[in-house]
Write a protein that binds this ligand. Structure first.
Ligand SMILES: [Zn+2]
Length: 389
């Protein structure tokens, strides 16, 4: 038996076997629905599953005989151009949408989405729209979407993600096939990452606490730039006690450079696609592609920042646990020395206040506050919390 190739996402849904089987059956039977609603708690891997389904739908070798590279029926080959692009989140026909305002999706966003749906795919035979936090589709923005959701153009698949049907508009729920996800504990998630990567349990625990779900943790462990951003965040928090105001601003600036480093690949892919299409797309379509690229880039920037904030929270939670005498192993076992140093200077109240500063930065980013400003404010607040008893 050959091993599953690196880029096959379906195989990684180790903690959601039912969802994995459901997706592979749906794709293998050729009767995939045109609108899914993935339902589950944060960290249950809904977004991972959405990318896996997108890959299975767009794989160039899907349905070809003689491809024994995967043991799952309906699974993507994991090695064709489409598979690799989906795995890297750079496929131009897979769109990830998130609410662009604190109150939810904007009317403009739905309008642009509908315009985009009407365009032909750029590379693949179909298009996939992943709509995160479907509960934030309010009546005024969702109504325009309902007809398309019910009857999208051929080849278009919607995957909506939400926590529960109770908080999502019934008119949306009724138009989608609902797929429930089970809740996954961090311990089980780390075990799944360990099985998939062979990395030490200590590093797997850290990766899950930073990246949030098993599949994202696996990607994180393969991405040197994302790991470097996390290392810089940890080092930044460690150095705050001896930092003056100018130092803090400098630390924030360096952090932003590290957090944004993975965007270079996205930018160059976007540029290449624009150039490939410049000859035969109309000016209007080019403009739309450019607008979409911009939005995608800012969404990717936001997710990089959120991951950096998750690194900060994970470290500070270790500090708090240790100060409270909780005997659990640290999530950040690779930086025990830093945890010890932070504990020696901080109090339970201080560590709690530092965690509040991270939560507040997350809220700011969700409200579209400039990332650098949010990080600066957070670092000043953490410095204060960790040094003043
Ligand atoms: Zn493929």
């Amino acid at each position: 038996m050959t091993t599953v190739p690196d880029h096959s996402l379906l195989a990684r849904l180790d903690t959601q076997p039912r969802v994995r089987d459901f997706i592979s059956r749906a794709v293998a039977s050729g009767r995939a629905s045109h609108a899914y609603l993935f339902l589950g708690a944060p960290g249950s891997g809904k977004l991972d599953a959405a990318w896996a389904l997108a890959q299975a739908l767009l794989c160039e070798r899907a349905g070809e005989d003689g491809d024994a590279s995967s043991t799952l029926a309906g699974a993507a080959c994991g090695s064709c151009d489409a598979c690799v692009r989906v795995a890297r989140h750079t496929h131009p026909d897979v769109h990830l949408l998130a609410p662009e305002s604190a109150t939810g999706y904007l009317i403009n966003q739905t309008r642009e989405l509908l315009e985009d749906v009407a365009l032909a795919p750029i590379r693949a035979r179909g298009k996939v729209y992943i709509i995160d936090r479907a509960e934030q589709l309010r009546a005024n923005t969702a109504n325009a979407l309902l007809k398309t959701l019910e009857e999208p153009p051929a080849g278009v698949t919607f995957i909506l993600l939400g926590t529960s049907t109770e908080v999502i508009l019934p008119t949306i729920v009724s138009r989608c096939q609902c797929v429930p996800f089970r809740t996954v504990s961090p311990v089980r998630a780390a075990e799944a990452v360990e099985r998939a990567t062979g990395t030490s349990p200590e590093r797997c625990r850290m990766a899950v606490s930073v990246a949030g779900s098993p599949a994202r943790a696996i990607e994180f462990l393969k991405n040197a730039e994302r790991q470097e951003a996390r290392r810089q965040m940890v080092r930044a928090i460690d150095s705050l006690r001896h930092a003056d105001e100018a130092d803090v601003l400098l630390i924030a600036k360096d952090l932003m450079v590290a957090i944004n480093a993975p965007l270079a690949e996205v930018k160059s892919t976007q540029q290449a696609i624009l150039e490939q299409n410049a000859d035969y797309l109309s000016r209007g379509a080019m403009k739309q592609l450019e607008d979409r690229n911009k939005r995608e880039l800012s969404a990717r920037e936001r997710s990089g920042i959120m991951e950096a904030l998750a690194s900060a929270r994970s470290l500070l939670r270790d500090v708090l646990m240790r100060l409270q005498g909780v005997p659990a192993p640290a999530m950040n076992g690779d930086v025990e020395d830093i945890i010890d140093r932070l504990c020696s200077a901080a109090t339970v109240t201080g560590a709690t206040a530092a965690l509040d500063a991270v939560a507040s930065a997350e809220r700011c980013i969700a409200r579209n506050v400039t990332p650098q400003l949010a990080i600066e404010v957070m670092l000043f607040d953490i410095r204060k919390a960790l040094t003043c008893p």
